[in-house]
Design a protein around this ligand. Structure first.
Ligand code: NAD
Ligand code: 3PG
Length: 527
């Protein structure tokens, strides 16, 4: 049974999903050294933002197939290192969107009405109403930096509360901003005009310290700044100085450059209106259930050999597209594995022909799946959807893709032709109505067989008695035949025979089969 390490607090519902397919160990608060020591045992790692998955940990993770981040941000994972090792990194891009947006709105309301300070004052025995006069947010300008999923929800609610919206997002279309009722402007203008500024962008080299001393200096003295995105987007020392000097009216922070926030951080010492929460944006019951289910399901799928629906380091697949392609991905992997064995080792080229409904640009992952299958015999579980294309390229395998929507023998079919040390061989496959895989041709000979763990293929002359001879030969070696089929193009011409057998072919039997008169070639395959 595979083993999963859960190294941050995760909702039980996620653990239950993982437990269906794996042994789950929950060990939180591990040091980096402890993680490096134990990670070699594990097939999957499930984390939140608390675990930093460094290159050293990834290098030690010899069994690891997947890192599941129960949340959005994957900046605590060394993605390039994981990709190089063929480790899939998945997250939950939408599971905590509402939670983070609502935390932002709560921060804005708390700032505008001094709620934390007023609460503290009453609880410490005072009744000071004058000190806590606030400001309304109605008709105030909200500047949203980063108008993605969270920024959009903040915009929708803030608009309903009567705020006027400005947004800065260099990667967003004017249309989308307009739809959300936001005026898309340059950062400088937003900074100068906004009464509240909220950040909803990722931390990247481009956005590190985006909000720095010169930018803070341009804000209105009445402006209030909120960061529920990522630490390090604001220069914390500059912010502390700006607040101390009364350059801006307040700030509410949920995230910090270094977490946990240092005990002696100047932010903790400020007397002016500052609200600090310990990275609670995603901490709602609902969000934690969402992300735990979302990521645990993906870990379960990957451990079962299926693709993940939101892997960050393989070409993204929309859930609806993944649902549609999933059976074809399995078909492609099976055919890739089969054709690589028929073509022998050292495959030089793979022709991938996508036919019928598969002949669309959306079926590109099917090509990757075919490569994964092609390489799986040689590389076993080291090859996956993340690294299959890179591995194929590094191995000098030429991949030629063709698409033909007019071929409609089945709704969609896939033909793979590989040239290897045993020459060129091709297989075609399709799906039956219930998504069962059928191999529909081998080397252009029509057949209709399901794939099996152990298979025997022969190329022979179509003549009386040959099938009986092969059957008897297998019987004499105590090999049980599960199914058998012959495909031919012309009567008494060449033909292929495909046998699904219950056990691997015993040693010496293939040579005996080759001696049968009329047999031109024979291959044994293990899928
Ligand atoms: N505090 C929390 O607990 C919490 C919870 C969830 C998400 N987050 C963080 O919130 C942020 C937003 O998450 P999301 O789900 O909305 O992401 P998203 O990918 O949907 O949106 C991010 C937006 O930022 C924009 N952007 C990128 N670079 C930019 C730049 N230089 N300037 C302006 N805009 C830029 C993108 O175009 C995109 O529209 C992320 O940093 C995420 O990690 C925090
Ligand atoms: O990126 C995220 O999803 C948020 O920062 C939440 O992180 P958390 O799940 O560790 O609270």
């Amino acid at each position: 049974m595979p083993k999963v390490l859960v190294s941050d607090p995760i909702e039980q519902v996620g653990i239950d999903i993982l437990s269906q397919v794996a042994q789950v160990d929950i060990q939180t608060n591990l040091s980096a050294e402890e993680l490096v020591r134990i990670i070699p045992e594990y097939d999957a790692l499930m984390i939140r933002s608390g675990t930093r998955v460094t290159q050293a940990i990834i290098q030690a993770a010899t069994q690891l197939k997947i890192i599941g981040r129960a949340g959005v941000g994957v900046d605590n994972v060394d993605i390039p290192a994981a990709t190089r090792r063929g480790i899939v990194v998945v997250n939950s891009p939408e599971g905590n969107t509402i939670a983070a947006a609502e935390h932002t709105l709560a921060m804005m309301m708390a700032l505008s009405r001094h709620i934390p300070e007023a609460n503290y004052s009453v609880k410490s025995g005072q009744w000071d109403r004058k000190r806590f006069t606030g400001v309304e947010i109605y008709k105030k300008v909200l500047g949203i930096v980063g108008l993605g999923k969270i920024g959009s929800h903040v915009a929708t609610v803030a608009r309903a509360m009567g705020m006027r919206l400005l947004a800065y997002d260099p990667y967003l279309s004017l249309d989308r901003a307009e739809q959300l009722g936001c005026r898309l402007v340059e950062l400088d203008l937003l900074i100068q005009e906004a009464d509240f500024i909220t950040l909803h962008l990722p931390k990247t080299p481009e956005t590190a310290n985006l909000i720095n001393a010169p930018i803070l200096a341009k804000m209105k003295p009445t402006a209030r700044l909120i960061n529920c995105a990522r630490g390090g987007i604001i220069d914390e020392a500059a912010l502390a100085e700006a607040l101390q000097a009364g350059q801006i009216a307040g700030a509410a922070l949920d995230v910090y450059d270094k977490e946990p926030l240092a005990a002696d951080s100047p932010l903790r010492q400020l007397s002016r209106e500052v609200i600090l929460t310990p990275h609670l944006g995603a901490s709602t019951e609902e969000a934690q259930v969402n992300v735990a289910i979302d990521v645990a399901e993906q870990i379960r799928d990957v451990l079962l050999g299926l693709p993940a629906r939101s892997a960050v380091n393989i070409p993204g697949l929309r859930p609806d597209l993944l649902e549609k392609l999933k059976p074809y991905l399995q078909l492609a992997e099976t055919l890739g594995n089969l054709v690589s064995q028929l073509a022998g080792g050292r495959v030089e080229s793979l022709k991938v022909s996508l036919q019928g409904e598969l002949a669309t640009s959306e079926s590109q992952p099917v090509v990757v799946a075919a490569l994964k299958g092609l390489l799986s015999h040689a590389l076993q579980e080291r090859v996956n959807y993340v690294n299959a294309s890179i591995e194929a390229k590094e191995r000098g395998i030429r991949v030629i893709e063709t698409r033909d929507a007019s071929i409609r023998d089945y709704s969609g079919s896939l033909q793979l032709s590989a040239t290897g040390s045993l020459g060129e061989h091709s297989v075609t496959g399709s799906l039956l109505g219930d998504n069962e895989i059928r191999i529909t041709s081998v080397d252009e000979f029509p057949i209709n067989v399901p794939p099996a763990r152990f298979m025997l293929f022969t190329l022979h002359r179509d003549m009386p008695g040959i099938i009986g001879k092969i059957g008897s030969l297998l019987g004499s070696f105590n090999v049980n035949i599960a199914s058998m089929q012959v495909g031919r193009k012309i009567v008494r011409g060449d033909a292929v025979m495909v046998l699904n057998i219950d056990d691997p072919l015993p040693e010496g039997l293939l040579e005996e089969i080759m001696k049968v008169p009329g047999i031109r070639d024979a291959y044994t395959v293990m899928l």
